[in-house]
Design a protein around this ligand. Structure first.
Ligand code: FES
Length: 135
């Protein structure tokens, strides 16, 4: 049964049906993660100050960039592999999607059933105060 058929079977018709069909296109699902990224963050910039503390993170270019408790930097797409929602953050030393609680290791390995498809991660390289994120 298609979404259209389902909504029709629920009694929706005309403008109400069209509103329901089009409103679903406005959420954050269906985003495609970038397989190719290459950008640099200035760690002296105030907007990147959270990258100077353990488990701090920033979101830039739809990428979650984080500093681990070991002082290394990790990066992953913000787009969750579960339902393609751009909601991934860094929490308690892991990449985490609050939508359904998917948990990913710093290397992108899924840590629970919602995260079974893993998470696309990127390379990082620190040179002075410049942190490069690239694929
Ligand atoms: S969309 Fe991220 S856990 Fe479901």
């Amino acid at each position: 049964m298609t979404r259209y058929e389902f909504l029709k079977s629920m009694g929706f018709t005309g403008a109400a049906l069209m509103t329901l069909l089009t409103s679903c296109n406005k959420d954050e699902s269906g985003v495609t993660p970038s397989t190719s990224v290459d950008f640099t963050l200035d760690l002296t910039a105030s907007s990147n100050a959270s990258l100077l503390t353990s488990n701090g993170y920033v979101i830039s270019n739809n990428v979650v960039v984080a500093r681990t408790s070991a002082g290394t930097y990790v990066a992953a797409t913000r787009v969750c592999s579960h339902e393609a929602k751009a909601k991934v953050i860094f929490q308690s030393g892991e990449f985490y999607c609050p939508e359904h609680s998917a948990r990913f290791s710093t290397t992108g390995t899924g840590l629970n059933s919602y995260a079974s498809a893993g998470l696309l991660t990127y390379k990082t390289a620190l040179s002075g105060n410049s942190l490069r994120i690239y694929s």
